[in-house]
Design a binder for this molecule. Structure first.
Ligand code: SF4
Length: 339
């Protein structure tokens, strides 16, 4: 059976008006899609727009331009009943599980709350049984249901957050930096748990992270974002084997390799300068102020995300076929027009 697209993001822009005629271009025209049952990793430095993109999928922000469709329907044009169902199907897991759990509620009430709002599973007794089931599914004792969030470690609190997200039997989970705040040893356990649950419950994930090492073991396909733009999308094997975009190459070169011989020999790409402000992004390619391969054309024309190899998309003039085909005369004309 072929892959089925569950969610599709098309030319999405999220711009925030911050007064005095200034606009923050948090997300500036990204496109990607997520297939049913897969994990799509979304990676980039903080401030690149990845969490804002996740929040748009939760319908917390409306697009400035573009659209998001879920099973072919625009999620910002749903009627009341469809929106209620959508919010059951899509759940979120947060970076800081402690901040997202109400400290005054017991674990039982935290997990019960969404089920009561949606009036699920017949009645109170069935819902209480479901709480026990969910605690066990995420590797916690059912006796923990009477305790409060502060009585748990970071990893256990993340498991409670996952149990709550599963309470409505969602199809799709947005995990926004779910392991960044955890110790390295606990990170692997939470990744293992998310994978196990994906298999058992046939879940689809959007897994948001700020570094490529975190999404490596979790994602089927990965999208790399920089300053509100998608710069590369491909499957996880190809991305780590042959990253094409200079930014992806720099991100990968920053991940330490456990073998000291390889680590000593390999080339590190150190990015110069700071991340520019999304209020005044650079002209042309937004990465050009830090790109070791920047060319003249990079300041003049924004590179489009193009399919370079099968299912490998890159936004960079180094791979721009249109540009390759331009004669020198056309390039001069184009540059003169852009000035
Ligand atoms: Fe670098 Fe130019 Fe490619 Fe942007 S378009 S990543 S500046 S080479």
């Amino acid at each position: 059976m072929g892959k089925q697209t569950l969610l599709s993001v098309n030319r999405l822009k999220i711009h925030f008006d911050i007064g005095k005629g200034k606009t923050v271009k948090a997300v500036d025209g990204i496109s990607f899609m997520i297939n049913k049952g897969e994990t799509f990793g979304l990676v980039g430095e903080s401030g690149c727009g990845k969490s804002t993109s996740g929040r748009v999928l939760m319908r917390l922000y409306k697009p400035t331009e573009g659209e998001v469709t879920y099973k072919g329907k625009n999620i910002h044009q749903l009627n009341k009943v469809e929106a209620f169902q959508y919010h059951r199907n899509i759940q979120m897991i947060f970076q800081d599980p402690y901040a997202s759990l109400n400290p005054r509620l017991t674990v039982r009430d935290i997990i019960l709350e969404p089920m009561e709002i949606h009036n699920l599973y017949g009645g109170r007794n069935e819902r209480l049984e479901k709480v026990d089931e969910l605690l066990e599914a995420v590797g916690l004792h059912r006796e923990f249901a009477n305790r409060y969030p502060h009585e748990f470690s970071g990893g256990q609190r993340q498991r409670i957050g996952i149990a709550r997200a599963l309470a409505l039997e969602p199809e799709f989970i947005i995990a926004d930096e779910p392991i960044s705040a955890l110790d390295v040893s606990v990170q692997a356990q939470v990744v293992g748990l998310l994978k196990k649950l994906q298999k058992e419950k046939r879940l689809t994930y959007l897994f948001i992270a700020h570094d490529l090492s975190m999404v490596k073991h979790m994602s089927d396909r990965i999208g790399v974002m920089y300053l509100g733009n998608m710069v590369e999308i491909t499957d996880h094997v190809q991305l780590y084997k042959e990253p094409l975009h200079p930014y992806t190459q720099a991100l990968l070169s920053a991940i330490p390799i456990p073998d000291p011989d390889i680590e000593d020999r390999r080339k590190r790409i150190i990015l110069k300068g700071e991340l520019p402000s999304p209020i005044h992004p650079p002209s042309g390619c937004v990465f050009r102020t830090r790109c070791p391969a920047a060319m003249e054309v990079c300041a003049l024309k924004k590179p489009a995300l193009q399919e370079i190899d099968k299912d490998h998309f890159v936004a960079c003039h180094l791979y721009d076929r249109e540009l390759e085909q331009m004669t020198d005369g056309m390039k001069v004309m184009f540059q003169a027009r852009s000035e």
